[in-house]
Design a protein around this ligand. Structure first.
Ligand code: NDP
Length: 243
């Protein structure tokens, strides 16, 4: 998807495919080579990495100026601090905010509930909502009575990876619902034997919500689009610096 989208907009992209047994040192060496290549404006290390490789170490080695996934600890750190701006914002959270902005959903002073607290979605999207003055509650696997909390939300971002966990009856009428979850469930009627569903029961929730994103076709394409946008921003920044 990422490769196809790059080709469509005229961004050159290429893969460095490494075997699963690659050593951490060799992977880091690859990252360093891409860091110093002036023709490259964005680097992303496709996650998850094999178990023998320390993800944090590898992500820290990506040049901050080329961290188009926004997962460098310094970028995440700045995202979490008042008055600081990261060079790049992670793509899926950025896409969620873009969907809210473009749909005219106001965020300031609203109650937002984020389901999930992962480094790549739940946590950064919570920080973005906080920066835009929402009152944010994070629901995770140890939260008791999630439905009671979600029912109060003006904005729900579901990123738990639990198929159709959020029921229609959990949604406040008129709420904006962004469904990040992408879960494969068995479906013998499909040639592939499965279909993708979100973390929200779309059929039920769409009858109550003011706005709702489908799965597939909602957050997924936005994530890819934000990756292109981050890459373009990185390239522009580089150009401005060299002028
Ligand atoms: P993770 O598995 O890393 O994190 C899931 C989070 O959800 C954890 O914080 C976990 O809590 C929480 N959680 C799990 N079960 C429950 C539950 N029953 N109730 C409340 N919280 C729960 O997943 P990711 O953040 O990487 O991804 C989440 C979903 O989003 C997945 O379906 C993934 O495929 C999808 N995704 C989609 C993208 C897109 O572009 N459309 C991009 C990235 C992800 P705890 O911390 O307590 O374990």
């Amino acid at each position: 998807m990422k490769r196809k989208a790059c080709a469509e907009v005229g961004i050159k992209s290429f893969d460095v495919d490494l075997p699963e047994q690659v050593s951490e040192a060799d992977l880091v060496k690859q990252v360093h080579e891409l860091n110093v290549n002036p023709d490259i404006h964005g680097i992303l290390v496709q996650l998850p990495l094999p178990r023998h490789i320390n993800e944090e170490k590898v992500l820290t080695e990506i040049s901050l100026e080329k961290d188009v996934d926004g997962f460098h600890p310094l970028n995440i750190g700045k995202l979490s601090m008042k008055g600081r701006e990261p060079l790049f914002v992670p793509c899926t959270p950025k896409g969620c905010l873009e969907l809210l902005h473009r749909s005219g959903v106001s965020i300031k002073g609203k109650k937002a509930v984020v389901v999930g607290r992962s480094n790549i979605v739940g946590l950064p999207v919570s920080m973005l909502l906080l920066k835009e003055d929402a009152t944010v509650t994070i629901v995770h696997s140890r939260t008791s009575e999630p439905e009671r909390i979600i029912r109060e939300a003006d904005i729900v971002i579901a990123a738990a990876g639990q198929p159709m966990m959020v029921k229609g009856s959990w949604i406040k009428p008129g709420a904006a619902v962004i469904d990040v979850g992408t879960n494969a469930v068995d479906d013998p009627t499909k040639k592939s034997g499965y279909r993708l569903v979100g973390d929200v029961d779309f059929e039920e929730a769409s009858k109550v919500a003011g706005w709702i994103t489908p799965v597939p076709g909602g957050v997924g394409p936005m994530t890819v689009t934000m990756l292109l946008q981050n890459t373009l921003e990185g390239a522009k920044r580089k150009l401005e610096q060299s002028n």
